[in-house]
Design a protein. Structure first.
Length: 221
């Protein structure tokens, strides 16, 4: 589904990624693990079009996307759930979810997708009229993921979804990721929580100071 080939990415004159290559096959959960500042978020930003590589290529379903705009990449079926949730706190849960269905393809099936999200996260249906800013940390994470799913993605990219959550909620988040994957959504997960991430991964890559240093099946790490 996704093939990243030898990308070099810079923030002005500062190089953040060095010849990074990896692939995500249809139906997989692929995890990128590494310490804070290793470049994990930069990888996701580059795939989603917020950054563009100076060299190297990114292909999605056989189509090159490394020069595309973020909007067109969402249209092609990529959803990016950023670190820190980035919700609209003074809008309701329902309004936040509806914003996720802004592409033409997603708008056509908005009501159907909304019911799917409510099935995955029943608490969001209970809280649909509540302001997003009043939710608990775990509920905000569910809302962020639900909003991403409203775009009906083929590939869901999650940046540190367990960050800042209590241990019990961390386990819940990883269970949610597995459940979404079983619904047919391919997952690219970036995490510092190595143990839990590797437990659910089909394959994993280790990123150190902007370079992939190790890759293989999750169970082999």
């Amino acid at each position: 589904m996704l093939e990243v080939d030898k990308i070099n990415v810079f923030y002005e004159d500062l190089q953040a990624l060095w010849g990074v290559s990896f692939r995500v096959n249809d139906g997989e959960i692929v995890v990128i693990v590494g310490s804070n500042g290793a470049g994990k978020t930069t990888i996701l930003k580059t795939i989603s079009g917020l950054l563009h590589p100076k060299s190297g290529t990114i292909n999605l379903l056989g189509k090159r996307i490394d020069k595309n705009s973020p909007h067109s990449i969402v249209d092609l079926g990529v959803a990016h759930i950023p670190e820190g949730r980035r919700l609209f706190p003074y809008m309701t849960v329902l309004e936040n979810l509806e914003i996720g269905a802004y592409t033409h393809r997603a708008r056509e099936k908005k009501n159907e997708t909304l019911e799917w999200v409510y099935q995955l996260f029943p608490i969001l249906k209970e809280r649909k009229s509540q302001l997003a800013g009043t939710l608990s940390g775990g509920e905000r994470q569910m809302l962020a993921v639900g909003r991403g799913l409203m775009s009906r993605p083929k590939l869901l990219m999650l940046d540190e979804p367990s960050l800042g959550l209590a241990p019990k909620l961390v386990l819940q988040v990883f269970d949610i990721v597995k459940k979404i994957n079983k619904e047919g959504v391919t997952i690219l997960l970036v995490e510092q929580n190595v143990r839990h991430a590797l437990e659910i991964a089909n394959r994993a890559y280790v990123l150190e100071t902007g370079k992939i240093t190790l890759g293989g099946k999750g169970e082999n790490f």
